[in-house]
Design a protein around this ligand. Structure first.
Ligand code: 2M8
Length: 418
């Protein structure tokens, strides 16, 4: 193993708790949903038993209705807001947050299964994965095709500029009468300039307090929540998850279930092509169901549609031009957002993130766009080799940002260098 691979393994070991891996010891001390999925992808090749355990733990935090929470609070920890007392949610075994994150758990489970060939693991996970994706269709879709989220944190791209107009469409004090809280995420002056603003945080917290006041009741929140968004990133991953669940069923010899999920993938893909495509920008965008409008922002989220093989060949041609001309003109690909007020250093408003690059590289290869995929993969490896396993990176200078020894950066390095 190279020194860098050894170091990646030791980052994951250091961040490992009992059956799961925290994203970072300095900023995120609990189990996060899509982080664990990316971590399992990286662990599959170096410690398959740990990879399986990571996914089992993640799925054991699932609620009875099939919601897989964004955070599972397995052990007490200091230094994160909002913690378990703020959410007041869980499944009886573990306290959790009241929102979800993109269902990367299914592609990750397929990856771990195909790496290990462990049929018993596949059969153990199948009903859980099915319950989770069924929850998306039953509880989180207006039309049975595209799915929605009800908090920016659920998208994983918390302060994406795509959410600004939705967050601006309501007054946080109209949905909660308590906006008192203390942020824990600005541990240094440098980090203060990189994290979301207080304006954003007021709205994040108000949405959490509204959810809690309504006991996290889906039907009530569908009526009351001012943030109901068909996020393009979540939908791209959801479509891929349906395909991957179908592949797992096919491997188990259950063709009828495999066909059911293939049909769902096709149906959701069609919904995305119809409602989320933006011809002028040359990308897919998210949709605000409360105000019935597209959120026309050129975010890397739209490009990740390739992970779900959503673009038609014609759409892919426009999307690739957009990717090359607007995103890959920076020294390091692929920035999370391009457009007015792009901020090279602030969180999801411009910096390069490894998990999104990994989705993009995988998807671009599916379209045969090898050169573009290679460019993004090489940029990613160069950044990780030079700067270490940082959380995100400035697309112009490549400087590492956010926390250090960040788990998914280490995990995806391992996957890319297998
Ligand atoms: C960031 O989000 C959390 C809330 O979920 C936060 O800022 O407190 C995001 O980058 C998210 O995508 C990620 O899952 C999480 C943990 O790494 O951190």
């Amino acid at each position: 193993m190279t020194d860098r691979r050894d170091e990646a393994v030791s980052v994951l070991r250091e961040n490992r708790h009992d059956g799961y891996t925290i994203p970072s010891a300095t900023l995120y001390p609990y189990q996060w949903n899509w982080d664990s999925a990316f971590i399992a992808v990286g662990l599959a090749g170096v410690d398959p038993e740990a990879a399986k355990r990571e996914l089992r733990t993640l799925l054991s935090a699932m609620w009875d209705n099939g919601m897989a929470p964004q955070i599972a609070f397995w052990a007490d920890a200091e230094g994160y807001f909002p913690g378990p007392d703020e959410w007041e949610a869980g499944n009886g075994d573990v306290q959790t947050s009241g929102i979800t994150q993109p269902p990367v758990v299914v592609p990750a489970a397929r990856h771990v299964y195909e790496t290990t060939g462990d049929d018993a693991f596949r059969d153990e996970l199948l009903p859980l994965l099915d319950r989770h994706l069924s929850w998306w269709v039953d509880e989180r879709s207006f039309d049975g095709d595209t799915v929605y989220v009800r908090h920016p944190w659920a998208t994983g791209m918390d302060d994406s500029p795509a959410w600004l107009s939705v967050l601006d469409s309501f007054d946080p004090e109209d949905i909660t009468d308590d906006l008192d809280y203390v942020r824990e995420d600005r541990k240094s002056d440098e980090l203060s300039d990189q994290r979301p603003t207080d304006w954003d945080y007021d709205r994040y917290v108000a949405l959490v307090r509204q959810g809690k006041a309504l006991d996290w009741d889906e039907a009530a929140l569908r009526e009351a929540c001012p943030f109901l968004v068909e996020d393009v990133l979540t939908n791209s991953i959801f479509v891929r998850a349906c395909d991957d669940l179908a592949a797992l069923y096919a491997a188990a010899g259950d063709e009828s279930k495999a066909n059911e999920w293939r049909r769902q993938a096709e149906h959701s893909r069609a919904g995305m092509r119809e409602r989320l495509w933006d011809e002028e920008l040359g990308t897919f965008v998210s949709y605000d169901r409360v105000n019935d409008r597209k959120l026309r922002v050129n975010s890397v989220a739209g490009l990740t549609s390739v992970f779900g093989e959503v673009p038609t060949n014609e759409q892919f041609a426009s999307l690739r031009t957009n990717l090359r001309e607007n995103f890959l003109r920076y020294d390091y690909g692929c920035p999370s957002y391009v457009g007015p007020d792009m901020d090279y250093d602030r969180y999801w408003r411009g910096p390069v993130w490894m998990n999104v690059n990994w989705l993009l590289v995988d998807g671009l290869r599916r379209y045969g766009a090898t050169e573009t995929a290679d460019r993004i993969e090489q940029d990613s490896l160069e950044l990780l080799d030079r700067e270490g396993f940082r959380e995100y990176f400035n697309p112009e200078t490549g400087a590492g940002r956010g926390s250090d020894r960040f788990s998914w950066s280490a995990a995806l390095y391992l996957d890319w260098t297998t």
